[in-house]
Ligand binder design. Structure first.
Ligand code: NDP
Length: 481
């Protein structure tokens, strides 16, 4: 099942042992499960040359055929969901219970959705009296995708599917932490009929991503990563006037009013903080609970969190796995220490587990105030901050008092309040009585410091194509002299 080499270039696996070694660690045990090599300048050049060479023919293919290749890839992914999920679990440490339903399946949805759209990407006819014009939706060229480590299969497909549907080619660089899954996406696209060079994967750290972004052959970059990296990559793209999509971090509010269904609200808070061990960009990590239900909410939350089954992520009964790496675990522990030292009340968890692997307990803090570090900075680990509030006006001001704006949610039984509140939250995705569902049919992306552009839905097409206007003169040309 494991990929057979480090890179996938021009329709085949490629190795270059001269690249620095990147050991792949299974976070549940600390064991090394694979070794890949960072892309050397020769590998980077091969990927760029092959993506560039393949693009014109790929764009010229009858769109319905291009779409059929993507849809075939979706079918193969679904047939192999079990083995792809097992690989995702090894790569990331996420429980198989999650990866079976959230990773290759989500990638397949993107391939199917954009495969279906490929043949619909037309322009319009514009009457201008006697003359007329038409528009064409044309590809951008070579697109570079750069991924984070939390959803390696999904990110590879969420970027690749719309890019390819529009007639672009792609070079994808996964996170150094999770290099394996994107290679399988490339392999499956080839099997489904994608010509060599259409979708390439090369490994390496940020420096490899930087080389790809700065190469003049690259027309567009789409990054999923932290806000700090986003600023660097966006600036590098802007220096050459390249298109850019930035899917960055968040510190999103989940607002629970006293009329909310308590069990649903508790479920949402759990999903919004502990799914994937908290390593989800759109998580609702600032849980605002109206004062009069606060203690009831906290006691039910603690009771249910104590039922988490923490264990080997390969076991289908496990519903809370390790974090992706020792490094992320250490970052999370340092935030927990700050929470304690700044006076937050620990309700549950807070400790690393005394066993091999990158395990930490799901952690809940109450009495968190807006100025505390854990309420201001993205942790990207399983640490929930519960804050209290009294009025709607107050909570909205506090919910929006962040530079980030990826997501948000409200739990209430009051229909008009629900809409009023989500309209007032400055974020790209907001939920009413739900959290973190991101189906391919709807746009996903951030406002403010959480990024630019949108993934998924028809909106993604705007970010992987551009309009060309053709003006048609129907009469003799007149001039002043
Ligand atoms: P990073 O920002 O550290 O890295 C993201 C990717 O960018 C990695 O592949 C990294 O390589 C690469 N990279 C780093 N520096 C550069 C550079 N100068 N030029 C080009 N590429 C570069 O994020 P993490 O991988 O740590 O992921 C966690 C972050 O991602 C969180 O902040 C989270 O919120 C965000 N995220 C956002 C999502 C969204 O859709 N909005 C979804 C998921 C995560 P390498 O790490 O291999 O060195």
């Amino acid at each position: 099942m494991q990929p057979t080499a480090s890179h996938y270039v021009n329709g085949a696996y490629l190795e270059d042992d001269a690249g620095a070694e990147i050991p792949v660690i299974f976070p549940a045990t600390g064991e090394q499960i694979a070794l890949v090599h960072e892309a050397t300048p020769a590998v980077i050049e091969a990927a760029l040359a092959s993506a560039k060479a393949a693009q014109a023919d790929w764009a010229a293919m009858v769109p319905v055929e291009r779409g059929r290749i993507l849809r075939r890839a979706a079918d193969i992914m679904r047939e192999r969901n079990r083995e792809l999920s097992e690989l995702e679990t090894l790569d990331t440490g996420k429980p198989i219970q999650e990866t079976l339903v959230a990773d290759a399946t989500s990638a397949a949805d993107a391939l199917e959705y954009f495969g279906g759209l490929a043949a619909t990407l037309t322009g319009e006819h514009v009457p201008l009296g006697g003359d007329w014009a038409y528009t064409m939706r044309v590809p951008l060229g070579v697109c570079v995708g750069i991924g984070a480590w939390n959803y390696p299969t999904q990110i590879a497909a969420w970027k690749g599917a719309p890019a390819l549907a529009c007639g672009n080619t792609m070079i994808f660089k996964p996170s150094e932490q999770t290099p394996l899954c994107a290679l399988k996406v490339a392999e499956i696209l080839t099997e489904a009929g994608a010509p060599p060079g259409v979708y390439n994967v090369i490994q390496g750290a940020g420096t490899v991503g930087k080389s790809l972004v700065e190469d003049p052959r690259t027309a567009k970059v789409s990054l999923t990563g932290s806000a700090a990296t986003g600023k660097k990559v966006y600036a590098a793209a802007a220096a050459q006037m390249k298109h850019a999509t930035m899917e960055l971090g968040g510190k999103s509010p989940l607002i629970i009013f006293d009329d909310a269904d308590l069990e649903s609200a508790v479920s949402a808070a759990i999903n919004a903080n502990f799914y994937a061990s908290g390593q989800v960009c759109s998580n609702g990590t600032r849980v605002f609970v109206q004062n009069d239900i606060k203690e009831a909410f906290l006691s039910r939350l603690a009771e249910r969190t104590a039922q988490a089954i923490i264990g080997d992520p390969r076991d289908e009964a496990t519903n809370f796995g390790p974090m992706v790496s020792e490094e992320q675990l250490a970052i999370t522990c340092s935030f927990i220490e700050k929470g304690l030292s700044e006076g937050a009340r620990l309700i549950h968890g807070g400790k690393r587990l005394d066993q091999p692997g990158c395990y930490i307990e799901p952690t809940i803090f109450a009495d968190v105030t807006d100025d505390m570090t854990i309420a201001r900075e993205e942790i990207f680990g399983p640490v929930m901050s519960v804050l209290d509030f009294d009025t709607e006006d107050e909570v909205l001001i506090r919910a929006n008092a962040t530079e980030l704006g990826l997501s948000g949610a409200v739990f209430t039984a009051d229909l008009t309040r629900a809409h009023r509140v989500v309209h007032a939250i400055d974020a790209g995705s907001v939920w009413i009585n739900q959290y973190n569902l991101t189906p391919v049919e709807v746009p996903f992306g951030g406002m403010k410091g959480s990024g630019v552009g949108r993934e998924n839905s028809r909106a993604a097409i705007e970010h992987y194509s551009q309009l060309k206007t053709v003006y048609v003169g129907m009469s003799p040309v007149e001039a002043a002299f």
